[in-house]
Design a protein around this ligand. Sequence first.
Ligand code: HEC
Length: 131
Amino acid sequence: MKKLQRLSKRSCCYVATALVLTIVVGPAFAASLKSIMGDMGDNTTAAKAVLANFDSASAKQVLQHYASEARAASDMFTGQGSAKEKDLSARFKKLAAMADAASQAPQNKATFRSAFADVASECKSCHSIYK
Ligand code: HEC
């Protein structure tokens, strides 16, 4: 009887630990995509400012920023099992490659406008499904 009591105390402990992990890790994970998205939103504000008042160094910087944020987001979902997570990872990877390639091309207002439109259409297409 004593042994049984000890056992059930321990399994109670496991349940409590699992609960704490779910509570602590779950929202932290969600918050982190949210925070990358917030950065992408800020970067979009910066992109619009560059379009209004073009300079090629800032244009390059904005595109590099999209690339590194998208890479970070893709990495968050890499190796995760669900179809949704795989799709999110692939979409962010595509966006990163696109922004990276655009950032390496010479920048003028027309090329930047076109690269920004391509990036924005990736944001929209993913949001229309998952946001
Ligand atoms: C591969 C999918 C995907 C792509 C690409 C994507 N997003 Fe998101 N975005 C999401 C998801 C999912 C959410 C909801 C996240 C949440 O609320 O936890 C979101 C939310 C947001 C939010 C709201 C954040 C908040 O605080 O609620 C902003 C702003 C945002 N995205 C901006 C962008 C911009 C700008 C781009 C393109 C440069 C972009 N996103 C590209 C999936 C994506």
